[in-house]
Every structure is written in structure tokens, then in C-alpha cells.
Design a protein around this ligand. Structure first.
Ligand code: PLP
Length: 403
């Protein structure tokens, strides 16, 4: 019997791999200095850890450009705002999808209302899939950016980023991919897919802590600095340095956050070695092996939930089936019960942690017709979800339908 049965991995993963906790504490104790600022040995070593993390993340995302373009911020929301405000100008046009999180919807709404940017919102089919050709058809001469949520945090629908990138590449627009629900969940091939800017958050599938995220800025893409201030380099200059990462990063980094990502990257590579990678594999290859395995394990868990929930009368399941392109996130409703009520019962009576509600993605619920039910009940199994968790979730839902 567990204290909690955690199914809220789409909000943030829990637990993290053990080396993440250990290295964060150890490095913070031994090297908790201000990297890149002072020339002493400890600061140089702390900076080396940051540089190594940029390099590993670049490989992890299939990015072969300069690792200095792998940049850090507080979280994906911070970087998405920075990317969009650094690229858009009045009179521009942007394309987003209705599968986006508020981290894209709200900036787009503000650009439209306050900054004379035209916005086209692309719909999705009943399973949450966007048609890449509809994006291509919506491109205009002044389209500056196309933003796509790689996988929905409501339905789990996994978009064909490669197909979208291929079409956007033929235009002057930049392709911005929100990888919050896929980084650390499926292999990402930024170069191969033609992704110009990849926005990531550290605390979900990447297994870092909260307070760290960032973006990878493709070669040839220029983004205006989101903020200006101290960088530890070229202090005499009155203006923000042009070069990366300083262009995108100012002020003191979250060293413990980056240490967490560093340890997690090494954990992914080790996991890959027990799933097909070899000692001669690159970091990127080892991580791809790990991600293939993680994706299989996580969607396997979702497959079990879909099968069991389908057999319970009164359960409505939304989004793609087990065999379709998806991540593990699964939305259901229990009869006509408001989602928040079901979430409270799951937690209070069964210790099952889910996220009920609109999940910061109101347009998805408009598409699903679930706004009036206060959204959906979201189960997001993670890599550490086991049979005991799954059995508890299934029994809990069955129990609620019979109460
Ligand atoms: C698809 C998607 N985009 C963006 C975000 C925002 O991430 P963060 O809150 O870490 O900035 C989330 C988080 O829930 C998400 O699921």
C-alpha cells in the first residue's frame, strides 16, 4: 500500500531518478558559487558543468549547432514569451494551433490585441491531431512564426513535427516547437525536423527540478534579447552582448537546476546502455535508446488504462487510442460528474493523484466539448508508474462509478 499513487506526471514528474537528487545536493554544496562571474577554480568548474549540460541537451534534442545556443531560463513559459517577443513585430502574422497550452495561447492573444500581430488558430480533429497541410495553407507572406505543441497535455496527441517542419522550411516563417510534454518522453530530432526554436521545461520529462527550462535557438535564427543586464562577460559594453548564450541569459543562473538537468542527462544515457546503446554510442544515441524504451513503457501503462477504463460503463475516454501517435497522458470523464469532483474523490478516497480541470489548455476542451464538465480527469503515467499504481487507479475509477 502506497501513501500516494501519482498520475500527475504531465504537470511535473515525481519521483526524479535518484542521481538527480544526489547530484543537485552534492554540487550545490561543493560548487554553490556564481559561475562565469569570478575567475576562481570553483567558478570555473561550475561553469564547466553548465557548458557540459548545454552540450548534452543539444545532443539530446538532435541539435548539431553551437551548444551556446542551448539556453536556460526559469521555465518553458519564460522562454516561449522570450522567443515570441524577440521575433514578432507589429504587422506580422503568426500561426498557432488550438492544441496549445496557455503558455502560447495567452502570449498570442496579447500580441493580437496589443501589438498588431495577426493570429491564425489551426483546429484539430476529434483525437487532437493537427493537419500539417492546414498549417501550410495558412502561411502568408508576413507569417513570422508557426508555434506547435508537440504533444497535448490534455489528450496526449503527438503531432507529426517532422511533417510540419518540412512544410514550414519552405517558407520564411520560423518553426517553434513546444516540447514540454515530449522532452524526455520521445526522441526529438530538431535538425532533421527543421525546428528553428525548441522550447523546453526542466521539471517534467527531463527530470530536473522546477525553476529551470529554456530554449534551443537554431543556427541562423536571431531573437532579440528578452532582458538586459549582467552577464559576467564584456562588462564594459553598455549593451547586451549579441552572442549566445548571453543574448538570451542575464543574471545569475539556477545552478542547482542546471545540476539537476546534468545528472538527469547522464541518467538517460546510462538507461540507454541497458536498452540497446553501447559504450561507443554518442550521448545522443544512448539517450535515443533510453527514450524509445521510456516511450514504450509509458504508453504501455496508458494502454492498460485505456483497456480497463473502456470496460467500465459510463467512462468517456478522449483522444487517440493506444496504437495512435501519443504520449502517455490520458483524459477521461466519469459519467456526467464534474471533473474536479472526480479528482477530489480520487485523491481523498483512493490516494490517486490526477489533475482535473482545463489543464491551462481551454481551446482543447472547447474542441472536446468538456468545458461544461469543468474539463477532464487527466491520468499521466510516468516512467516510474508501476502495476500497483495502475491497479489502484483502475479500482478507484471503478469504485467511483459504482458509488
Ligand atoms: C504543453 C505545455 N506547454 C507549456 C507548459 C508550461 O510549462 P512551464 O509551466 O514549466 O513553463 C506546459 C506545462 O504544463 C505544457 O504542458
Amino acid at each position: 500500500m502506497k501513501e500516494h499513487y501519482y498520475f500527475d506526471n504531465a504537470a511535473t514528474t515525481l519521483p526524479k531518478p535518484e542521481p538527480v537528487y544526489q547530484f543537485m545536493e552534492q554540487f550545490f554544496r561543493s560548487h554553490g558559487v556564481n559561475p562565469g562571474r569570478s575567475g576562481h577554480q570553483l567558478a570555473v568548474e561550475a561553469e564547466a558543468m553548465i557548458v557540459q549540460t548545454r552540450r548534452m541537451l543539444g545532443e539530446f534534442f538532435g541539435f548539431s549547432g553551437d551548444p551556446a545556443r542551448v539556453t536556460f531560463s526559469q521555465n518553458a513559459t519564460d522562454s516561449m514569451n522570450a522567443a515570441l517577443s524577440g521575433m514578432l513585430n507589429p504587422g506580422d502574422h503568426m500561426i498557432i494551433t488550438r492544441m496549445e497550452h496557455n503558455c502560447v495561447l495567452r502570449p498570442a492573444n496579447h500580441f493580437e490585441r496589443d501589438h498588431d500581430v495577426a493570429v491564425t488558430r489551426i483546429g484539430a480533429d476529434g483525437n487532437g491531431f493537427v493537419d500539417p497541410d492546414e498549417i501550410a495553407r495558412s502561411i502568408q507572406p508576413n507569417t513570422r512564426v508557426v508555434v506547435v505543441n508537440h504533444a497535448s497535455n490534455v489528450t496526449g496527441s503527438l503531432q507529426d513535427a517532422g511533417a510540419i517542419g518540412e512544410l514550414v522550411k519552405q517558407t520564411d516563417a520560423a518553426f517553434v516547437l513546444d516540447s514540454c510534454q515530449t522532452a524526455g518522453v520521445v526522441p526529438i530530432a530538431m535538425d532533421d525536423w527543421g525546428v528553428d526554436v525548441l522550447v523546453y521545461t526542466g521539471h517534467k520529462g527531463l527530470f530536473g527540478p522546477m525553476g529551470i527550462g529554456g530554449m534551443v535557438v537554431g543556427e541562423g535564427i536571431e531573437i532579440r534579447p528578452p532582458r538586459t543586464g549582467g552577464t559576467g562577460v564584456n562588462s564594459i559594453s553598455p549593451f547586451q552582448p549579441e552572442e549566445y548564450p548571453y543574448r538570451m541569459e542575464t543574471g545569475t543562473h539556477s545552478l542547482p537546476g542546471i545540476a539537476g538537468l546534468n545528472a538527469a542527462q547522464k541518467w538517460f544515457a546510462e538507461l540507454g546502455k541497458s536498452h540497446g546503446a553501447t559504450d561507443s554510442s554518442t550521448h545522443g544515441q544512448a539517450c535515443t535508446a533510453a527514450l524509445t524504451h521510456i516511450h514504450e513503457a509509458e504508453t504501455g501503462a496508458t494502454g492498460r488504462l485505456i483497456e480497463a477504463f473502456s470496460a467500465i460503463e459510463g467512462i468517456r475516454i478522449y483522444g487517440p487510442g493506444a496504437g495512435q501517435p501519443r504520449v502517455s497522458t490520458l483524459s477521461i470523464n466519469i459519467g456526467d460528474m464534474p471533473a474536479d469532483q472526480a479528482g477530489t474523490m480520487l485523491d481523498a478516497d483512493h490516494a490517486v493523484c490526477v489533475r482535473p480541470g482545463l489543464h491551462c489548455a481551454p481551446d482543447v476542451h472547447e474542441l472536446l466539448g468538456t468545458v461544461s464538465q469543468n474539463g477532464t480527469v487527466r491520468f499521466a503515467p510516468g516512467y516510474f508508474t508501476d502495476d500497483e499504481d495502475l491497479n489502484q487507479a483502475i479500482e478507484a475509477v471503478r469504485d467511483i462509478t459504482q458509488s
